[in-house]
Ligand binder design. Sequence first.
Ligand SMILES: Nc1ncnc2c1ncn2[C@@H]1O[C@H](COP(=O)(O)OP(=O)(O)OP(=O)(O)O)[C@@H](O)[C@H]1O
Length: 237
Amino acid sequence: MSFSSSPVVSLRDVTIYQDVQTVLSNVNFDVEKGEFVYLVGRTGSGKSSLLKTLYADLPLQTGNAAVAEFQLGKLRRKQVPFLRRKLGIIFQDFQLLFDRTVAENLAFVLKATGWSDKSKRKQRISEVLMRVGLDAAANKMPHQLSGGEQQRVVVARALLNEPVILFADEPTGNLDPAVADGIMKLFQEINNHGTAVLMATHNYEIIQRYPQRVLKCENGRVLDSKVEEFNLVNGYQ
Ligand SMILES: Nc1ncnc2c1ncn2[C@@H]1O[C@H](COP(=O)(O)OP(=O)(O)OP(=O)(O)O)[C@@H](O)[C@H]1O
């Protein structure tokens, strides 16, 4: 049995590309188990490209990176679903299936990730919906829910397989401040239960209200508040 304490994310001398364009270079950082880290930077600075590389949507071409104990440089296409099962991924646009109920949206993911027992699926769906405060919404269609409630369903979906880390790209982007705050509280609670979070955001107020370590994409580099001081304020446009 192994009780590994290796970081959930570890990058060494990584270059992030979009096609042949270099977006970020010399990227070096770790995210430890249970850590909460923000990712900031102006629009186009490379936040989404970095996240996409971490969940193997963009290939790792240069440097070494490990995520949830998978070496990204050596990852074959057929291994990608196994990596993704260890991750929770949350986008700004909700990407729910609008022709299915909330429970069916969640069941779809469970079936695709090997949950063959129907009663276990049902049980897990009710657990995650309870966790995000939406246990009464299982049989509703997504369009019957508010934007904030839809985002909670997305968070519930990301929690289905008990991920070691949540990657969230602007999860509060389209939400009004009070609803965004509710989503942040949910993230904090999930983090307090041991899931690491790496969250890209343009929302300076949220970082002020819930201060955590910050990684900042700037001029093709990633700065880390853990190792150096930098100006936070100009990373949000
Ligand atoms: N699919 C793509 N094909 C080619 N270039 C892309 C693609 N997506 C992004 N880029 C380019 O890569 C660079 C980084 O973009 P990225 O989306 O990672 O930035 P970001 O920091 O997430 O921006 P935003 O805050 O606006 O989401 C930009 O120059 C962008 O134009």
